[in-house]
Design a protein around this ligand. Structure first.
Ligand SMILES: Cc1cc2nc3c(=O)[nH]c(=O)nc-3n(C[C@H](O)[C@H](O)[C@H](O)COP(=O)(O)O)c2cc1C
Length: 306
């Protein structure tokens, strides 16, 4: 099969016909998913095939009412997953290394590659696909909704179905702005202007900056996603400082919250004290763990304490 014509014509599809994908094609798509390369053979990803219409509906709602999540014949949630790896090591009596940052790096990459292989195969078979980063809008709710264990984090959704729309492929940046030779080349003002010109057709009004601004400028969507994503990542055990289960964006965010309701915070080796006017609360362990315990005591969240 020649992939180049598929690549040349492909575009994300957001309207689908209410037609199911036959089992043999679904089997091909899931085969492609699993044929993707993977770091050190570990396959640090899982997917959830969302069949339950109620669940689909809830995910569509959490993702900013994206109707194509409801419409598509198939909808997958791609997951970064080191939970299975931890279980496999434990099954042979081994404890997993502490590698939260690199784990997330490779697991997201594995999930993305597997999703891309599925997506491209679907497009080669004539289906339309749309990745859904919008699942990050409701990432904390999604952890509960999909019953994700620690070590598992949503990466993106992937809608697949029979297209009910047509259109030209969407533009891309000039190749020289994306492909560097030998070393990273600094961008000139002319380069940036050329980028906006090349991408102008992406926007209905011919201004790509509108799109970039909406997502990436101050006050944009990405800023809204940042804290919930950090909280979900630390809850699932992907923060190097915070203990798994801690629902804080970062150690700094935990410290800020603690300081907002205390006169001061004191750290000593193996312990932390949260001080109020007439009382102090103590926690033990590494700094974040100790402060978390002290804060939970101060908030009356530890049953049976004092
Ligand atoms: C990680 C990722 C997240 C995306 N999230 C969404 C989304 O939430 N909703 C949507 O309609 N399209 C989404 N897309 C599709 C992009 O908007 C699309 O790929 C991009 O605009 C380029 O258009 P094209 O795929 O038609 O070339 C996403 C794509 C990727 C790769």
């Amino acid at each position: 099969m020649d992939l180049l014509p598929v690549l040349a014509q492909r575009r994300s599809v957001r309207r689908f016909k209410p037609v199911p994908i036959p089992e043999e094609d679904l089997d091909r798509l899931l085969f492609a998913l699993q044929r993707a390369p993977t770091d050190a053979s570990a396959q640090l990803y899982s997917v959830i095939r969302v069949k339950d219409p109620g669940l689909r509906d809830e995910i569509a709602r959490l993702s900013g009412e994206q109707e194509h999540i409801r419409q598509a014949a198939e909808f997958f949630v791609l997951l970064a997953d080191i939970h299975r790896l931890e279980r496999l090591l434990a099954h042979r009596g081994q404890a997993m290394a502490s590698w939260p940052r690199t784990a997330l790096h490779f697991a997201i990459l594995d999930a993305g590659l597997a999703g891309a292989y599925l997506a491209l195969t679907a497009e080669a078979l004539g289906y339309g696909v749309c990745f859904i980063g919008g699942v990050l809008n409701g990432i904390e709710a999604l952890l509960d909704l999909l019953k994700l264990p620690p070590g598992v984090l949503p990466v993106a959704g992937l809608a697949v179905g029979v297209p009910d729309e047509e259109g030209p492929p969407r533009p891309r940046l000039p190749r020289e702005l994306v492909v560097h030779e030998d070393q990273y080349r600094p961008y000139t003002e002319e380069d940036l202007e050329r980028a906006y010109q090349a991408m102008a057709p992406y926007s209905r009004v011919g201004d790509w900056n509108r799109v970039l601004r909406r997502y990436f400028a101050q006050g944009g969507t990405m800023e809204e996603r940042e804290r919930p994503y950090g909280r979900a990542a630390s809850r699932q055990g992907f923060d190097p400082d915070l203990p798994q289960g801690a629902r804080f964006y970062s150690f700094g965010a935990l410290l800020e919250e603690a300081l907002a309701e205390a006169r001061g915070v004191l750290f000593r080796p193996g312990e932390a004290w949260l001080e109020r006017e007439a009382e102090a609360f103590r926690g033990e362990g590494k700094p974040a763990e100790a402060l978390l315990t002290a804060l939970r005591k101060a908030r009356g969240e530890i049953p049976g304490w004092p």
